[in-house]
Design a protein around this ligand. Sequence first.
Ligand code: G3P
Ligand code: MG
Length: 245
Amino acid sequence: MITPPRIIGHRGAKANAPENTLAAFRRAHAEGATWVEFDAKLTRDGAVVVIHDELLDRTTDGKGPVAERTLAEIRTVDAGKWFSAEFAGERIPTLEESLALFLELGMGFNIEVKPCPGREAETARACCAILERAWPRSAPVPVLSSFKRASLEAAREAAPNIPRGYLAEELGKSWRAEVEALGCLAVHPGWKRLTRQQVRDIKEAGLKALVWTVNEPERARELVAWGVDGIITDAPGLIGGALSA
Ligand code: G3P
Ligand code: MG
């Protein structure tokens, strides 16, 4: 059983703070979000860090593949000043640090396992081990999602009680069978090619529909009218405000 909220901040609050940083999670909270989505990857030495791209280049002042750097190396790069000077000094967070902040703020989350190629199962297992150790059972039940079926399978094996979400840019013909085979409780489709009928089908199957990345109030209102449970958005304040207006 999962009870995600209507609004989930994408990579924290990507529109208004440097994505996938503690500052972005704080910003999402300040905008009224009770959950955030973020991306999790492995360093060379097997630590789980929060970053979207395989390379450091776009969102930090570092260069090169995350998978080729140790945690100690990753911790030296600045993940905030590319966004604006106000965020200079922001670091790439570890998963543990992020969980500690969520507990402090009373937030829930959707962890997206975003493995570097070849590390699909290993990344999911590392995330699950940390969640099992550092996320109390009394805290809001999270959702672990991934585009990678091998990651979802590994998560199911490692921590069957952590609810899984089936991520897809577009729902193909076999989505239902795949969701069932992976034992997912939620479907996370991109909004662009999603149809009203697919939302009906998701709901009829007893699953949650968490749709990304919706930044236009009109679109968000339409999706909610279709029956979507959660909107993953870069601008949780804007979209939350529009939906409650
Ligand atoms: O989890 C939803 C969304 O974050 C998936 O796409 O590329 O933003 O991680 P991406
Ligand atoms: Mg993501």
